[in-house]
Design a protein around this ligand. Structure first.
Ligand SMILES: Cc1cc2nc3c(=O)[nH]c(=O)nc-3n(C[C@H](O)[C@H](O)[C@H](O)COP(=O)(O)OP(=O)(O)OC[C@H]3O[C@@H](n4cnc5c(N)ncnc54)[C@H](O)[C@@H]3O)c2cc1C
Length: 432
């Protein structure tokens, strides 16, 4: 039987919780240390496409997550910003059938809560209000802000884009964030919109509006009394790490110039304390995720925070969690941990690199200025909507990225099975 390790997971975000669950399932003794006493996820909405959903279903989370997804809204209308013309419709039910796993869209807090519930039910110790100050990678041990020192066989840093654990993995290296995109976040009382005939059609769907230099994502959860809109801009506003910075409504009104009244007039109903400005975090490629001792590893945004335009940031972290647990399951003693973490990193890096490129490509694609390139994009989307199954895909697993503009890319992205892929690659690597 594989040995049971003492594992510290730093951070109780989506990736920390997923990692703790994956390691606990393999029999490890897992403790999570979370800085915040009462974690409150930001961002309103999250997409869980088939590749991470496949992992969460395997972890047994289907019954906790599926009821939180607004099933009658399954799908997204992509609209042109000024005429409201439908460019394409992403049919979530078709996507599920085609890729063989759910394609969820739900409130971020619901996903976080489902993971927290599953982690607690699995018997994982979760210590909230426990910020770590630093990591001694050689021991390894976590030094808490309160002076406590906690040792372990393995420390997993899932502590987000400004990771403290990363400093132990890359001592003395300064990682400069690449942030260059911002967004306005607004939420509005749904009942106010339903009384206005001009904007009420917004409540019948989830929609994404493509405009020059801007993208509007409108989300309509029937389980919530607030209607959410996020307008991304191809420019830098907001301050690093601040998800609560309020801005005057007039700033947002200005940014909706040129939008069809169905979308633009929603802003009439926004109260000033429901109008925020965000700055999207992005890291450069980090090619070392494992400390010199081979006993500390970073995952999720700590290792690879990326632009949100492919809806794959958390997805990559959830895949990390599956891959890490499968790798460690091959250990016969703690001595094997460094070698297996090395394999983990080498398996994950090419996948994450490819998806980061995809997210950057998507960012350009959805912010195109009006003109021939935009017309070409819209024509292409009419012929094949976002996430539609690629023509000619034989449903076989694609292990390596064919390139993010290749016709089979979506099959590689959404058809990915982190468990099977990891185990096949482990068999090859350990045979050598
Ligand atoms: C606008 C937007 C939309 C997005 N949409 C999607 C989407 O649809 N689908 C998708 O897959 N991804 C999406 N993403 C990306 C996704 O949100 C992130 O990749 C994901 O939340 C990262 O999770 P994480 O657990 O790695 O990090 P975080 O969520 O940042 O969690 C880190 C945790 O570590 C804790 N922590 C930090 N420092 C310490 C410390 N010193 N000691 C102890 N604990 C600490 C923090 O309090 C936090 O709880 C989006 C991102 C943005 C910005």
């Amino acid at each position: 039987m594989a040995p049971s390790f003492r594992v510290l997971v730093i951070g109780a975000g989506i990736v920390g919780l997923s990692t703790a669950i994956s390691l606990k399932r393999k029999g490890h003794n897992v403790t999570i240390l979370e800085k915040v006493a009462n974690p409150r996820p930001i961002g309103g909405v999250i997409n869980v496409p088939p590749n991470p959903a496949r992992v969460l279903v395997e972890y047994g989370l289907y019954d906790l997550i599926a009821p939180k997804v607004d099933s009658h809204m399954k799908g997204i209308h992509f609209r042109r910003y000024d005429t409201a013309e439908t460019i394409c419709h992403m049919d979530a039910i078709l996507v599920e059938e085609d890729y063989g796993a759910p394609n969820w869209r739900l409130a971020r807090s619901d996903l976080q809560e489902a993971l927290m519930t599953a982690a607690k039910a699995a018997g994982i110790e979760i210590r909230l209000g426990c910020p770590i100050d630093s990591i001694d990678q050689a021991l390894p041990a976590a030094m808490l802000k309160n002076g406590e020192v906690i040792g372990a066989d393995l420390i997993v840093g899932a502590d987000g884009v400004n990771s403290v654990v990363r400093e132990a993995v890359l001592p003395g290296e300064k990682i400069t964030r690449l942030d260059h995109i911002s967004a306005y976040y607004i939420d509005v009382e749904r009942s106010l919109l339903s009384a206005d005939q001009e904007v009420s059609p917004m409540l019948d769907e989830n929609s994404i509006w493509l405009a020059p230099g801007r993208q509007l994502i409108a989300t309509n959860f029937l389980t919530r009394d607030r209607f959410i809109m996020i307008l991304s801009l191809d420019q830098l506003l907001g301050s690093e790490g601040d998800w609560t910075k309020q801005v005057p409504v007039s700033d947002v009104v200005e940014r909706f110039k040129g939008f069809h009244p169905m979308a633009a007039n929603v802003v009439k109903y926004v109260e000033s304390d429901h109008c925020l400005v965000w700055r999207f975090p992005e890291l450069p490629r980090i090619d070392t995720w494992v400390s010199k001792s081979g006993k500390v590893v970073i995952v999720g945004d700590a290792a690879h925070a990326m632009l949100p335009f492919a809806a794959q940031g958390a997805a990559m972290g959830i895949e990390d969690s599956a891959c890490l647990a499968e790798c460690l399951a091959r250990a016969t003693s703690t001595d094997d941990i460094p070698k297996l973490l090395d394999i983990f990193q080498n398996l994950r890096l090419p996948r994450v690199d490819s998806v980061r490129d995809k997210a950057r490509g998507m960012h350009k694609m959805v912010h195109l200025e009006d003109g021939p390139a935009q017309q070409g994009r819209d024509k292409m989307l009419k012929a094949r909507p976002f996430m539609a199954v690629p023509i000619g895909w034989d449903k076989k697993h694609i292990d390596d990225s064919p390139g993010d503009t290749h016709p089979l890319y979506d099959a590689y992205l959404y058809g990915f099975n982190s468990f099977d892929h990891t185990n096949r690659k482990l068999d090859e690597a350990l045979k050598k």
